[in-house]
Design a protein around this ligand. Structure first.
Ligand SMILES: N[C@@H](CCC[C@H](N)C(=O)O)C(=O)O
Length: 280
């Protein structure tokens, strides 16, 4: 990764996106003592007063891995997983280390990422399918939740509620998303996906993210939709998903759920000492 210019007291960052899911990446490997806080994440995530992002990914040192990644939502909450930010940071680290494979630690354990051509692939690990792993508030069939339209619940290190509908395009996400996100069945809230089958092993999906709202893509959400679709017998184990911001591919293999797609480095910036002082 190129060294960022840091005015004394400033904070360097990189703005990236993966299929339109946008991120601020902060490299704290050299300064692990300076940690992100909910207030700073919220201020940075504000698209008017800060930089704006769906998630913030903070890179930290780790003794048994190439690095560790922490994820923050725009509302200042933390997430155990973020597939697209994992792919974006892996792209930076694969280039920096000159390797074709990296291992990194996250809230859900050790993950692996690889490069090939233009795409970055990350193994998001096995899906969590037991009600108390996702977690849900009570023991129910995770493939058919007791909610209208009987959605499925899938954990990918973070909770997802997946609805299969005839036409995901017309779903009023802004209305339904927050209702499902905060439904009492999900004690840690949930990400919400609406998906429709558009061809053999091909899905259209739209997403409402916990802590971020409507986003153009969600990597762990794409994994959850693919897992739920296969469990329902709608698709095979490898599917292509069209999201609002681009196309992702998910392959549920024996060693985990692999997520693939494009990444882009948009710009490098520095938060000024004055702005940092003002947000506390
Ligand atoms: N955009 C992400 C998911 C981010 C975390 C999510 N909002 C949560 O709170 O669980 C992805 O690409 O997976």
């Amino acid at each position: 990764m190129d060294q960022l210019q840091r005015p004394s007291g400033g904070l360097g960052f990189i703005k990236m996106h993966g299929a339109g899911n946008d991120f601020v990446v902060i490299d704290s490997r050299a300064e692990p003592a300076r940690r992100m806080t909910p207030a700073l994440a919220r201020a940075l995530g504000d698209r008017n007063r800060g930089v704006g992002f769906d998630q913030l990914a903070e890179i930290l040192p780790h003794q048994d891995a190439d690095y560790r990644l922490d994820f923050w939502n725009a509302d200042g909450s933390q997430a155990g997983a973020c597939g697209n930010a994992s792919r974006c940071v892996a792209d930076l680290m694969l280039r920096e280390l000159g390797r074709d494979r990296v291992r990194f630690a996250t809230g859900r354990g050790m993950l692996e990422a690889r490069h090939d051509g233009g795409a970055v692939h990350v193994n998001m690990g096995p899906p969590q399918l037991a009600w108390d792993q996702i977690p849900l508030a009570q023991e129910v069939d995770t493939d058919a939740l007791p909610l209208e339209l009987t959605p499925a619940a899938v954990g990918m290190g973070n909770p997802h509620c997946v609805f299969f509908v005839d036409d995901a395009e017309v779903v009023p996400l802004e209305i339904l998303g927050p209702r499902i996100e905060n439904h009492p069945l999900f004690p840690q809230r949930t990400n919400v996906e609406f998906a429709s089958l558009t061809g053999p092993d091909h899905l259209r999906m739209r997403v409402w993210e916990r802590g971020a709202g409507v986003t153009l893509a969600c990597g762990s959400g794409a994994c959850a939709v693919a897992v739920a679709a296969h469990r329902r017998g709608l698709t095979g184990r490898r599917v292509v998903l069209d999201l609002d911001g681009g196309t992702l591919t998910v392959d549920w293999r024996d060693d985990g759920v692999w997520l693939s797609g494009p990444v882009a480095r948009v710009f490098d910036g520095v938060l000024s000492p004055d702005w940092l002082a003002a947000v506390g």
